[in-house]
Ligand binder design. Structure first.
Ligand SMILES: NC(=O)c1ccc[n+]([C@@H]2O[C@H](COP(=O)([O-])OP(=O)(O)OC[C@H]3O[C@@H](n4cnc5c(N)ncnc54)[C@H](OP(=O)(O)O)[C@@H]3O)[C@@H](O)[C@H]2O)c1
Length: 274
């Protein structure tokens, strides 16, 4: 089969279209003929080995361990292993294959455990379905599982116009929250069109300095010092970091240890999906 192979760490020039062996499913796997895959921030991180610790886990120290990138997939099941119960050949499916599986979806075929996939809704195209898993899961985990989002809360999403953020805006609205979306000028209209109640252009205004308080802040990108985030949070608010600068993630991880014992404001780092 054909696959985009990441030969070494570096710029996009390291990616090559190559002929590789077509995988065969184990007993607990299905073989998917891939119709669409999506590109996420994690793919360029694995390609460039940025941040450096990608090389330690789960990347491969000197060169990429998983040579085929891509985690999101949508396609049709071509064959199934002996123990597969939930799916049959011909099913249209979509899903997410974390790096721990050692599989990549920038290829013609991939094998997946049946727990990693679901039937594709009929009203979604393969392209639409492939765009959902990693970004939407990250948004849902951040808002619901870590953020304990509740109807009527004021929820701010920093980095609202990208993959994770645009799902976060829609999910927060579906939970009945008042949504404040932070992005750049060119995307203000788009985030309103998907449901944001208020927008803040980060090129013109710093939301941590305007005196407003939020019940839940989901930080998807950018950088603000932890003290600024906590100042913009209500006394019992929750701050969840899903992405952005490494310093932002690091500060939140340290703060999370402190606040988890004291009550009041809480801080979580949501980095489940790599
Ligand atoms: N925790 C996890 O498991 C997980 C999963 C997926 C992604 N991530 C991480 O989450 C981050 C975003 O991923 P993504 O897929 O949403 O990326 P993306 O599609 O590239 O979107 C990036 C977003 O960040 C915004 N942005 C850029 N600079 C900003 C700044 N200084 N302040 C505020 N917003 C800014 C962009 O807005 P404009 O375009 O309007 O400038 C855009 O909305 C990455 O760091 C990624 O590694 C984490």
């Amino acid at each position: 089969m054909k696959a985009i192979v990441c030969t070494k760490y570096g710029s996009p020039d390291v990616l090559q279209l190559q002929e590789v062996a077509k995988p065969a499913p184990q007993d607990d796997e299905v073989l998917i003929k891939i119709y669409a895959a999506s590109v996420n921030a994690r793919d360029w991180r694995f390609m460039r080995a940025k941040p450096f610790f990608i090389r330690l886990m789960p990347g491969g120290f000197l060169q990429p361990k998983n040579k085929i990138l891509g985690a999101d997939v949508a396609g049709r099941i071509e064959s199934i292993g002996n123990n597969i119960k939930q799916f049959k050949s011909g099913d249209e499916v979509f899903g997410y294959l974390p790096s721990t599986t050692g599989r990549g979806t920038f290829a013609e075929y991939v094998c997946a455990n049946e727990n990693a996939i679901a039937l594709k809704p009929v009203n979604l195209s393969f392209e639409q379905a492939a765009a959902v898993p990693l970004a939407a899961m990250t948004a849902l985990q951040g808002l619901r599982d870590n953020g304990n989002i509740q109807p009527g809360q004021k929820v701010l999403i920093n980095g609202a116009s990208g993959g994770v953020g645009s799902f976060a805006v829609q999910i927060a609205k579906a939970f009945g929250a008042e949504v404040i979306a932070v992005c750049s000028t060119r995307n203000l209209e788009m985030v309103c069109s998907i449901g944001a109640d208020h927008v803040i252009d980060y090129t013109k205004e710093d939301f941590t300095q305007n005196g407003q308080k939020y019940d839940l802040i989901l930080a998807v990108n950018g950088y603000h010092p932890i003290s600024d985030y906590l100042r913009a949070l209500s006394p019992d608010g929750i701050y969840v970091v899903a992405g952005g600068s490494m310093l932002q993630l690091f500060q939140a991880a340290l703060q999370g240890r402190r606040t988890s014992k004291t009550g009041g404001q809480k801080t979580y780092v949501n980095v489940n999906n790599v």
